[in-house]
Ligand binder design. Structure first.
Ligand SMILES: [Fe+2]
Length: 225
């Protein structure tokens, strides 16, 4: 009998954001307890507790945006898996880089940025396959994108359900995970920084996030006052 994580029983307790669709937390709890996901999450939880909690919040926020945009069930599942596993590549990184409290030098920054590609490799045989494509792309909708350096793909990847190629579907879903990721990073208190105010969060999001601006408006409405 697998141990049920308290977080998964009531993930809302850990949210600093407003969640509009209760189905978001229900679906994340369900997906996180599937064997193929739980094994990876348990490793992340034991190695990097704060990244584990961040990943759960990003998954819930991503799904909340997915429900708001009336995504179909398969896309919702893809978003949930990808939100949970977007930073899984960080389990392969040296612990001292992740725990640094100071500004990273360029070598450390380059190592840290490897986590998107490492996540893709960790999920090599993960099904559905689109999840690893979303994971590798979750930092490609920011001012300095990585690992691929494409600049602005928002016009071709508008997240209308249906009629998309596999690649643009992954791109559209990656935008949601990306905006949720940046939003949670800015609005969460960390040991080395305070949570940002709404106005600062908005300024940075509008400056940094290069995906569909609609998602910025939607995620900002989830700021817990
Ligand atoms: Fe990341």
């Amino acid at each position: 009998m697998p141990r049920i994580d308290a977080f998964l029983l009531n993930p809302v307790n850990y949210m600093q954001q407003k969640i509009f669709y209760p189905e978001s937390t229900v679906l994340v709890s369900k997906l996180a307890q599937e064997d193929k996901v739980r094994t990876l999450l348990e490793k992340l939880k034991s190695d990097q507790r704060s990244i584990y909690e961040h990943s759960l919040r990003v998954a819930i926020l991503s799904l909340d945006l997915g429900f708001e945009n009336q995504f179909h069930q398969p896309d919702l599942n893809f978003l949930g898996y990808a939100g949970l596993l977007h930073d899984i590549g960080k389990v392969n990184l040296p612990a001292d880089i992740l725990s640094k409290r100071t500004v990273l030098n360029s070598t450390d920054r380059a190592s840290l940025n490897e986590h998107a590609r490492l996540g893709f490799l960790t999920l090599e045989s993960f099904e559905p396959e689109i999840v690893k494509q979303i994971v590798v792309a979750h930092h490609e909708y920011q001012k300095i994108p990585y690992p691929r350096k494409k600049i602005d793909r928002r016009k071709t990847e508008r997240s209308t359900p249906g009629r998309r190629s596999n690649q643009s579907q992954a791109g559209a879903l990656a935008q949601i995970v990306a905006v949720a990721d940046i939003f949670d990073a800015l609005t969460s208190q960390r040991s080395y920084k305070e949570a940002l105010k709404k106005s600062d969060t908005e300024t940075i999001l509008r400056n940094q996030f290069t995906g569909d601006a609609l998602y910025i408006d939607q995620v900002l409405r989830r700021f817990a006052d």
